[in-house]
Design a protein around this ligand. Structure first.
Ligand code: XUL
Ligand code: CO
Length: 436
């Protein structure tokens, strides 16, 4: 056992003062006809939870993530598997997400890296036996290694493109081997620093080519899940091509990728793009592209990706409102979140996930109440009621034209004002449901 002093985390209810207990995440509680755990397929992010140890631009690790082994060795890679499975089991988390190089130390030669990946994935498969833990999604890290400084699919170098393809191939093999539900492309370096040296059109066409090759290969080895783009506007690049949900959807449609791809929406990425989390979820949902979620939150006072564990219940409620209205996700809720640098203890690792899981459980409960309350949806319906009959119905069904509408406007002289948007009244309803 690695976390000897941490027991399995129980649900103790909202009045509990035990830091190692859930206050709101009650896995078997039925909400809108389904147990909470089915509404909320939570996933552990291998990189943050088992890798990130607090290093930032100004200082080294604060946490010890050696798990009793020497870092950078295969023993350490295995210790991370042991730690990860114990962690997930103690919290009742049923999924994990990984990048290839989260699993093993990358070797100089890709053949050796791939051999290590085979070894570790055998070890993970063995661990999975007798548990209900599965892979939510896999991905290839095509941004950390210096070869990707100018991008992966969008690199100016054809050799680098080939390496990106090789990594994507292997990461797909691993995802299928571990029964993954999805495969993610996060284009961290797929963008540019200056247009003075960039052929934007060529770069975007090449990214699409890489994605088509991934679909062809994935389907050929029996991958039946969804591919996802995870939009992000910037960081590490000044400008990233998958800026936000709307941009990514346009790209997928332009290049004929929209049948195989959906989106993985991350809260902190949406806010970096100048949107709310709910905005990018809604854009995805109305386009039939809401696939999976990277559950975290940013700090509105900081202009970068802080990947905090989510505690904002208002945002989680609006997220779950979108998810419930679109009948759930094909993916799940991956905590792409890291404990703060001064939260360096093992207890903090668990407390962080308890916070995140409780926040989304509360969001689920409150979103279900908002839906059952019905006032928000009823108001939205009423707001567009003028399209139900008369000239509105004709606009809706496409049975009119500019000439008829101009004649109609003439007959009115001036329209009535369109009716109050009642924003404050609606916000008050949300507060009433959250705190009433
Ligand atoms: C980076 C980020 C990634 C992706 C997977 O901001 O979110 O960790 O989730 O590559
Ligand atoms: Co992410």
């Amino acid at each position: 056992m690695i976390f000897e002093n941490i027991p399995a985390i129980p649900y103790e209810g909202p009045k509990s003062t035990n830091p190692l207990a859930f206050k709101f995440y009650d896995p078997d509680k039925i909400v809108m006809g389904k147990p909470m755990k089915e509404h909320l397929p939570f996933a552990m992010a291998w990189w943050h939870n088992l890798g990130a140890a607090g290093t930032d631009m100004f200082g080294r690790d604060t946490a010890d993530k050696s798990f009793g082994a020497v870092k950078g060795t295969m023993e350490h890679a295995k210790a991370k598997v042991d730690a990860g499975f114990e962690f997930m089991q103690k919290l009742g988390i049923r999924y994990f997400c990984f990048h290839d190089v989260d699993l093993v130390p990358e070797a100089e030669d890709i053949k050796e890296t791939n051999r290590r990946l085979d070894e570790i994935s055998d070890y993970i498969l063995e661990k999975m036996k007798g548990t209900d833990i599965k892979c939510l999604w896999g991905t290839a890290n095509m941004f950390s290694n210096p070869r990707f400084m100018n991008g992966a699919g969008s690199s100016n170098s054809a050799d680098v493109f080939a390496f990106a393809a090789a990594q994507a191939k292997k990461a797909l093999d691993l995802t299928v081997k571990l029964g993954g539900r999805g495969y993610v492309f996060w284009g961290g370096r797929e963008g540019y620093e200056t247009l003075l040296n960039t052929d934007m059109k060529f770069e975007q066409e090449n990214i699409a080519k890489l994605m088509h090759m991934a679909i062809d290969y994935g389907r050929s080895i029996g991958f039946t899940g969804d591919f996802y783009i995870e939009p992000k506007p910037k960081e590490p690049m000044k400008h990233q091509y998958d800026f936000d949900a709307a941009t990514a959807i346009g790209f997928l449609r332009q290049y004929g990728l929209d049948k195989d791809f959906k989106l993985n929406i991350e809260a902190n990425h949406a806010t970096l793009a100048g949107h709310t989390f709910q905005h990018d979820l809604r854009v995805s949902a109305i386009n039939g592209m809401l696939g999976s979620i990277d559950a975290n939150q940013g700090d509105m006072l900081l202009g970068w990706d802080t990947d905090e564990f989510p505690f904002n219940v208002y945002d989680a409620t609006m997220c779950m409102y979108e998810v419930l209205k679109s009948d759930g996700l094909t993916g799940g809720f991956n905590f792409d979140s890291k404990s703060r640098r001064p939260s360096y203890t093992v207890e903090d690792m668990f407390a962080s996930y308890i916070l995140g899981m409780d926040t989304f459980a509360l969001g689920l409960l409150k979103a279900a109440e908002l839906i059952e309350d019905g006032r928000l949806a009823a108001f939205v319906k009423e707001r567009y009621a003028s399209y139900e009959s008369g000239i509105g119905a004709k606009i809706r069904s496409g049975e009119t034209d500019l000439k008829e509408l101009a004649a109609y406007a003439d007959s009115l002289g001036a329209p009535e004002l369109p009716g109050s948007g009642k924003q404050e009244q609606l916000e008050s309803i949300v507060n009433q449901v959250l705190f009433g």
